[in-house]
Design a binder for this molecule. Structure first.
Ligand code: ZN
Ligand code: FE
Length: 260
């Protein structure tokens, strides 16, 4: 199929203890972006292995485990740095400051900026329709979502609800390998969900073989991630919150997870 030769490529790069950065490569123009830079060395190695030149650095949020390698990588490659305008005061110097509704460009690829405040206020996700992928870092995660350090449950629920509307086949490229413990928690709030039961087993098998469980697809998150399923009557009933607003159910799930 001729289009496979020009399809964007995504590479998952494990960093630090349990972080993921991602390379997004446009074979047509040769441009390559990295999404988040927990540390520079594994990303430079992944680029060198493929002979790719870094053109852009895309930052999702200001936490150290997502930006600590930015300056080293900028210096080594001259790549342009993109991040949220709202967070410019606490991010490395931005060449391009963006807000929801803006686009980021990586060669011939265009990504939509989505505000996904909740974990932090100012956190963004980047959806690249041509790559069929959304980079969510610590907003929507595999079987989980980020802890609410700055935002309210209502904010995070609104953020997750935006992501839930993307095409179901979208790859969810999130920032951490937390899936096995997320699965153990998910089973406590959604114990009768057969898709979740089988996914939890698949996650354990993948981790036992030291394989990453990220990226996942939005379709599987919609089916099994309790934080995306706060509007599901079965979960509300299980938590004794029958008929309550999904944001309230989400808030309860998040606080149960914090104590898990
Ligand atoms: Zn974070
Ligand atoms: Fe993080």
């Amino acid at each position: 199929m001729p289009e496979t030769a020009t399809a964007p490529e995504i590479v998952t790069v494990p960093c630090l203890r349990d972080n993921y950065a991602f390379l997004l490569h446009d074979p047509v123009t040769g441009a390559t972006a990295v999404v988040d830079v927990p540390e520079a060395a594994p990303i430079e190695a992944a680029l060198a292995e493929r002979g790719w030149r870094l053109s852009d650095i895309l930052i999702t949020h200001h936490h150290a485990d997502h930006i600590d390698g930015v300056e080293a990588l900028r210096k080594a490659t001259g790549a342009k740095v993109w991040g949220a305008r709202a967070d410019a005061h606490r991010l490395p110097a931005l060449d391009h400051a963006v807000s929801e509704g803006d686009s980021v460009t990586v060669g011939g690829l265009s990504g939509d900026v989505i505000d996904v405040s909740g974990h932090t206020v100012g956190h963004i996700a980047l959806h690249f329709p041509q790559a069929g992928a959304v980079f969510t870092a610590d907003s929507l995660m595999a079987l989980g979502c980020g802890r609410l350090f700055e935002g309210t449950p209502e904010q995070m629920w609104a953020s997750l609800s935006k992501l839930a509307k993307l095409p179901p086949e979208t790859l969810v490229c999130s920032g951490h390998e937390y899936t096995a413990s997320n699965a153990r928690f998910a089973l406590t709030v959604d114990p009768d969900n057969s898709a979740l039961i089988s996914r939890a087993a698949a996650v354990d098998a993948a981790r036992a073989a030291n394989r990453p469980t990220v990226p996942s697809t939005l379709a599987e998150e919609l089916e099994t991630n309790p934080f995306l399923r706060a509007a599901d009557p079965a979960i509300a009933r299980h938590l004794g919150l029958d008929g309550r607003d999904p944001a309230a159910v989400f808030a309860r799930i998040r606080s149960l997870k914090d104590a898990f």
